[in-house]
Design a protein around this ligand. Structure first.
Ligand code: MTE
Ligand code: MO
Length: 321
């Protein structure tokens, strides 16, 4: 099989992680390879896999365009939220000690194919690399517009093959207080956790990003893989993901556990529902002092409104915070 000869499928020789948590290349191909994955041959094509590793910048998907200027690259990569490294926005230098290659990523829970594999092998198996311009709206009311590179999250389901009862994907960030000093602060419920319904994960907008501004993600923006859900407040976009667990239980996210009345599960951007401590009607674009109106679903209403139409809206706050 051609794919066996391609180096891009090899997990790094230098993997320092204990053997037991890794599947070596041969086992991975045997256990979850072309046939086992049930993927179309095209999505596992060696050329695509090679492009996944060396292909930046990926072709831009013109379906995702913007009504505003792209945020300055330096701004978006130096003003970041990554509480594992501290609660200030200026933590980008501290993230440099994080070792992101190799990076063991685990898929488990209610799936046919539980596996641990390198993040690069995972996104290569998912396939569909492209660049998209997306708005980003932090719940704190700052906003940006950036080009993400990566793959549709929907493609994760083709790799993991969730079983019939699975309703949610729970995602978890790495846990290593030696690398991430913020994780020594025991009052936070580490590791950072987020979750989506399976339907949300299958929405065309849900994206697993590996890059930004046409290059691999810098650590501070969530290397090597992070979630991007542009119709939701930014805290849903969990960084540096280690584990994807398919479950029938609604995950309790990091911020929900800390303050569930302020940061709920759905977290859809809604200018009409104020945060308990501030208005969400407007936002400040990074690099500017001007405020611009915030849009329902952050401007992605047409793409996502159907996801919430059938929900029992017991409480608008639950739906939109
Ligand atoms: N693991 C982890 N993921 C995280 C965060 C975090 O503190 N830890 N912050 C979130 C918040 S509040 C926002 S607004 C975005 C910010 O992404 P950016 O720093 O790449 O702009 O990341 C989200 N993902
Ligand atoms: Mo945020």
């Amino acid at each position: 099989m051609l794919i066996r000869t391609r180096r891009s499928w090899e997990l790094p020789e230098s993997a320092a992680t204990p053997e037991s948590v890794w599947m070596n290349r041969r086992d991975w191909l045997k256990g979850a390879g072309l046939a086992g994955l049930g993927l179309a041959a095209s999505s596992l094509a060696p050329a695509a896999a090679l492009a996944a590793i060396g292909g930046y910048p990926f072709p831009r998907n013109g379906a995702y365009s913007l009504d505003r200027a792209v945020t300055d690259e330096e701004m978006a990569t130096t003003y970041t939220n990554f509480y594992e490294f501290g609660s200030s926005k200026n933590i980008w230098k501290k993230t440099k000690r994080m070792q992101t290659d190799p990076w063991a990523a685990t898929i488990d829970g209610m799936v046919e194919s539980a596996m641990t594999l390198d993040a690069e092998a995972l996104v290569s198996a998912m396939g569909g690399f492209e660049e998209r311009l997306y708005r980003h709206r932090c719940v704190e009311a700052w906003a940006m517009a950036v080009p993400w590179s990566g793959v549709p999250l929907a493609n994760l389901l083709k790799v993991a093959k969730p079983t019939a009862g699975a309703k949610y994907i729970r995602m978890e960030t790495f846990l290593d207080p030696k690398v991430a000093p913020g994780q020594k602060q025991a009052w936070y419920p580490w590791p950072y956790v987020e979750g989506l319904t399976i339907e949300e994960a299958q929405n065309e907008l849900s994206f697993l990003a590996t890059g930004i501004y046409g290059k691999p993600l810098p650590n501070q923006n969530g290397a090597p893989i992070r979630l991007v859900t542009p119709w939701k407040y930014g805290f849903k976009g969990i960084k540096s993901i280690r584990r994807f667990t398919f479950t029938d239980q609604r995950p309790v996210s990091f911020w929900e556990q800390l303050a569930g009345n302020e940061y709920g599960f759905w977290a859809n951007v809604n200018p009409n529902v104020p945060h308990p401590r501030w208005s969400q009607a407007t936002e400040r674009m990074l690099g500017s002092d001007d405020r611009v109106p915030t849009l329902l679903f952050n401007g992605y209403r047409d793409e996502v409104e159907y996801l919430y139409a059938g929900l029992p809206v017991r409480d608008a706050r639950e739906l939109y915070y």
